[in-house]
Design a protein around this ligand. Structure first.
Ligand code: EPU
Length: 337
């Protein structure tokens, strides 16, 4: 029997801590209950939304529909050879619980993604990434169900069309599927990615380069820049780092010599939105309770009682100012509902 909860307070379901309600919510702990929830939705047609850990969402209004909340929580070793393990992880497993499990078992590959908030089910959707590693580097397959007919799907890494903060789940399959589990392929042999910014130097300060030391270093860097959602509501980076044409970049570099940049290919360069926003003077500024974090301008925060609209208004002003100063349109990374 499916359990629906009515008129749900969503403030504990989103790391921004925004007060909003949903008409009903179904938490799914098993694959069977996902199918039942989809059946319920067919019988009771209404707007729906699949909500994971709520760490990348901004609720701008109450939601007059059904929220399906996958909570499958198993971590299973499904295959192993001399050099790799294949781990199937339920969509509802907290991402950092999974990473800690990997580090404890000496499985290499995802340690740079330590301490990212959210659940495993969201990891392929926006291809989470940090410190030179992206989820796609270790994803083998993504499993789930089509919402329309409750049929199962299993997509290979190539099928997922991964790119920077992008996948098929944000394009062709947006709002059409529900992810139940992700299979990650991890290394049993020692290998690290330490070439992003100060990571290598900081790990070496801890003595040996080891999985535990890499994890602790990443956690330290994140804690020094990014606010803890329990203390200050936020959804990590609010904007994506824009990718611009080389010609545009060269013009900007004439004017702003120190503009940081990461070449993508011969024609494109990625520019950190945090730097662009800081240059417009917004870092640490607020409109009411909606604010720009004072240590990382890419992160918008709720100082207490900001509404989703307040955060959105602040974001819009920032977008306009960045456009005016640099001619670059920055886009939200966070889902706006
Ligand atoms: N910068 C500034 N001012 C700021 C923030 C950044 O000048 O207020 C400059 C930094 O000095 C540096 C550059 O921007 O030169 C990059 O900064 P940082 O290393 O902090 O990374 P980011 O590009 O701002 C991205 C991800 C983060 C991820 C870090 C580390 C996106 C949208 N964000 O941020 O991901 O942790 O790299 O890899 O790509 C997230 O997605 O929620 C997230 C936190």
């Amino acid at each position: 029997m499916i359990n629906t909860t009515n008129k749900v307070d969503l403030s504990t379901y989103n790391t921004f801590g925004i007060k909003a309600t949903a008409k009903e919510l179904i938490a799914c702990h098993t694959v069977e209950s996902i199918k039942e929830a989809l059946h319920y939705l067919r019988e009771n047609p209404q707007p729906y939304f699949i909500l994971g850990g709520g760490s990348n969402i901004l609720f701008c209004n109450d939601f007059d529909g059904l929220i399906i909340h996958p909570q499958l929580s198993t971590i299973e070793l499904i295959k192993e050879d001399e050099s790799h393990v294949w781990i199937e992880v339920g969509a509802g497993v907290e991402w950092d619980v999974f990473i800690e499990h990997c580090v404890n078992n000496k499985w290499y590959g995802l340690e740079n993604l330590s301490y990212i908030p959210g659940n495993v089910g969201a990891s392929p959707v926006q291809n989470i990434g940090a410190y030179g590693v992206e989820a796609k580097d270790c994803i083998e397959t993504v499993k789930g169900f089509y919402i329309e007919n409750a049929e199962a799907f299993e997509l290979s890494n190539a099928d997922c069309h991964f790119a920077y903060r992008q996948s098929i789940f944000k394009s062709e399959l947006k709002n059409k599927i529900i992810i139940s589990s992700v299979v990650y392929k991890l290394n049993k042999t020692e290998s690290y990615t330490l070439d992003y910014g100060p990571v290598k130097e900081e790990v070496e300060k801890k003595g040996v380069i080891s999985l535990k030391n890499v994890r602790q270093t990443i956690i330290g860097i994140r804690k020094s820049k990014l606010p803890e959602p329990e203390e200050l509501g936020n959804a990590g980076s609010f904007f994506k780092n824009p990718i611009i044409e080389v010609d545009h970049f060269l013009q900007l570099q004439n004017q702003f010599e120190s503009i940081p940049n990461y070449p993508i290919d011969s024609k494109h360069i990625k520019v950190p939105a945090g730097w662009l926003i800081e240059q417009t003077g917004w870092k640490g500024k607020a409109i009411g309770d909606a604010a720009v974090h004072n240590k990382q301008a890419l992160v918008l925060v709720n100082k207490g009682n900001a509404s989703g609209q307040d955060i959105l208004n602040l974001a819009q002003q920032i977008i306009e100012d960045v456009k005016k100063k640099f001619g670059i349109s920055i886009e939200p990374e966070v889902n706006i509902l």
